[in-house]
Design a protein around this ligand. Structure first.
Ligand SMILES: CSCC[C@H](NC=O)C(=O)N[C@@H](Cc1ccccc1)C(=O)O
Length: 687
């Protein structure tokens, strides 16, 4: 038979990954006919991101770009009458650039966006009042000052000050990648849209919202427009792990009332029922144990009684919550075994049912019987679907289809094996596009962070499994003991013995793989970020050299004592079982640095200087130790990145260094052989 030359389909590259449009949370028009969402695109040459608002028909019409000139148009929400879309942006208008994010409105049927009012201290997040004439919004203000003018004056003075020092007596002063504004706290405000007039609802009171990235799920406005409920930590002084009560503000009487307060419980994400009589919220029994999940709770406003309704359902409820229009049930997303579904929880029956199955459903909205969901899977980045009763689900955009259509992404498989404690453990295998079970393939563990996360059937931009697979590796993501989405006992099983069960699981996965005829035993690699970085540093001290050809440690926790410099320091003792000054041996026994004497496996260490969750000294100490011990190591350090590498050019460098490191330590294709390049990567940079 004559041989036919078959053209290989293209595979995913870093540049293609960065060309993909990233969709934000949708908001539906009141009639459910249209959704609005922000769409972020990136320019590799300019090293920049840009977010525009798009209008998407749920009935089959063509998508339309709603905003053009904004750089970061975000958080769009339809007004209750559907006449406007409100959004938050920092724009240039009439030659003047907003100094802080402001509130804009645009009519959905066309026309230019216009800023409403001006808030010197900026707008973090907002919600429409039911009358559509006002919004409630979050802004960080000086609590001792009165009136918008005083805030504006103080803000100007602060911006113009010559000193750069940050002074604080607070326990919470940084969060992930930013310092909390000095002296300012997040207050709820009301803006009258006709006049642009703003009033601070918390002025003169000790109330404030969460200092940790407060968003629109931290408060809600009652259907009568008269009450606002919000989560508030009454503790003084504020701690980094304080427990929130729920407080209701009567706008007419300017009176605050604690409606849920139990010091053992942490409450969040309150949401009024459609008739305004009940408030659904998330409640976590922190008094019992710090790992307790956020459960669904309901407050009856008349009787003031509240109860957890999802106590028998071993899942963590994610914010935001939305009531169904009949007030029977609450919608939310929750993880389950490496997937995240949209659930409907019937409050009377206490039953949960999947409404939209993931993949990973990350956002949704509902109106007039229509539901929209934002969902990604291992096979594609986030897509928007409309779900209407009696109709087939409909894709309402196709932003990335043309880019992805010609690509062979390879196959993804969910596998269960026996891990630590003889228990079933899940892993996800992403096979390379050219996978052939008759050939030998290298293996790459990508160990997730947390430890209490549980990724699986989803798309990841920073740890893009399909991109790693395109380099020829079988990519492995083990949902080790401690991962979320597998019930509380599984999540809590690693408490006070970090490293132990997780390592057994990763090792059992490696054993499982090594039995496969298609695994190249000399080409097994392990990588991980944050807690996953902790894991690879831990492995370096605990696994016999030679089993893994090389490691990549991104933003890894290395030394639990020095980690006290992070922004979550009070959490360690709960997980490790001791403060370092009380039982240093117990802390050290769970810390990779204490096993440095065994480090022998080559490691690429990556860290960002703006990482306050895992400060970069962690990565530097690990790298220095490897160097001092004569272990082959390389450092990739970013002065301008945080826990994540977010800039297009830096991300490309991250992937390039990552691939090159694996190649350099790959016995089959050493990078020091001339002419070797990462697969599928454009040799030429730039546009
Ligand atoms: C309560 S804050 C720390 C926990 C958080 N994990 C969620 O499951 C987290 O930020 N984890 C980091 C690693 C880390 C662990 C302990 C203390 C600081 C950082 C991560 O893996 O992203």
């Amino acid at each position: 038979m004559a041989k036919t030359s078959r053209k290989h389909p293209a595979t995913l590259t870093v540049d293609t990954l960065w060309q993909l449009a990233r969709l934000g949370a949708p908001s539906l028009s009141p009639d459910g006919a249209q959704a609005v969402a922000s769409v972020t695109t990136h320019d590799m040459a300019e090293n920049k991101a840009r977010s525009q608002l798009w209008l998407l028909s749920t009935l089959g019409g063509q998508p339309r770009a709603l905003t053009q000139c904004g750089e970061k148009d975000g958080q769009p929400r339809f007004s209750p009458d559907g006449q406007w879309i409100g959004f938050v942006a920092q724009r240039e208008q009439q030659g003047q650039k907003d100094a802080t994010p402001q509130f804009y409105v645009i009519p959905p049927d066309g026309g230019e966006a216009r800023r409403v009012g001006e808030v010197a201290t900026g707008i973090e997040a907002f919600r429409w009042f039911p009358d559509g004439k006002r919004i409630a919004f979050i802004s960080w203000v000086w609590p001792e000052l009165k009136g918008a003018k005083a805030q504006a004056k103080a803000f100007k003075a602060f911006k113009e000050r010559k000193e750069s020092g940050y002074v604080t007596s607070e326990m919470a002063y940084r969060f992930w990648d930013h310092h909390l504004p000095q002296g300012r706290v997040p207050h709820l405000h009301v803006m009258d849209l006709a006049s642009g007039k703003v009033s601070d609802l918390f002025e003169g009171s000790a109330h404030e919202l969460s200092r940790f990235e407060p968003d629109a799920s931290t408060f809600d406005i009652a259907p009568d427009g008269r009450h606002i409920v919000f989560a508030f930590d009454p503790g003084q002084p504020k701690s980094i792990d304080g427990r929130n009560a729920l407080v209701e503000l009567d706008l007419r009487k300017s009176k605050f009332r604690e409606c849920v307060r139990d010091d053992g419980w942490d409450c969040s994400a309150p949401r009024y029922s459609p008739d305004g009589q009940r408030i659904a919220f998330r409640a976590s029994h922190q008094g019992l144990k710090h790992t307790m999940p956020c459960q669904l709770a309901v407050l009856d406003r008349r009787s003031a009684a509240w109860q957890v309704v999802s106590a028998e359902w071993d899942h963590e409820v994610h914010a935001p919550l939305q009531w169904t229009p009949d007030g029977q049930a609450v919608l939310f997303t929750a993880e389950q075994k490496g997937r995240s579904h949209l659930w409907r929880f019937d409050v009377a029956d206490r039953q949960a049912e999947v409404v939209v199955a993931g993949g990973t459903v990350s956002a949704f909205d509902q109106a007039a019987g229509t539901l929209v969901s934002l969902c990604d899977t291992a096979e594609h980045p986030a897509r928007l679907h409309a779900h209407r009763p009696g109709e087939a689900d409909r894709r309402i955009e196709s932003f990335n289809d043309a880019l992805l259509a010609p690509l062979d992404l390879g196959r993804t498989e969910e596998v269960w094996f026996t891990g630590a404690l003889g228990e079933p453990v899940q892993m996800w295998l992403h096979y390379p596009p050219d996978f052939d079970p008759k050939k030998k393939h290298p293996v790459l563990h990508t160990i997730h962070g947390g430890p209490h996360t549980g990724p699986g059937d989803g798309w990841h931009y920073r740890w893009c499994w399909k991109l790693f697979a395109a380099q020829g590796h079988v990519v492995v993501n083990v949902n080790y003991h401690g991962s979320s989405g597998f019930g509380h006992a599984f999540l809590d099983s690693i408490t006070q013995r970090w490293g132990e069960l997780e390592l057994q699981d990763v090792e059992a996965a490696t054993d499982w793989l090594l039995k496969k005829p298609w695994v190249d035993k000399k080409r097994v690699f392990a990588s991980g970020g944050s807690y996953g970085g902790y894991m690879v540093a831990w492995m370096n001290g605990h696994v016999a050299p030679g089993r893994y050809a090389a490691y990549v440690c991104h933003a890894g926790c290395y030394d639990w004592t020095a980690m006290f410099a992070d922004d979550a320091f009070s959490w360690h003792a709960k997980e490790l079982g001791a403060w370092y000054w009380e039982d240093p041996a117990k802390v050290a026994s769970q810390s990779p640095h204490a096993f440095a004497g065994a480090f022998a496996t080559p490691t690429l260490v990556i860290h960002g200087a703006l990482d306050y969750r895992v400060p970069d000294q962690q990565g530097l100490a690990y790298y220095n130790t490897l160097k001092q011990r004569g272990v082959d190591a390389r450092l990739l350090w970013f002065p301008d990145e945080n826990h994540w590498v977010l800039k297009p050019r830096n991300s490309r460098l991250w992937y390039e260094e990552f691939f090159a490191w694996l190649q350099r330590h790959d016995p089959a294709q050493r990078a020091d052989k001339p002419g070797r390049k990462a697969r599928g990567h454009n040799a030429k940079r730039g546009s």
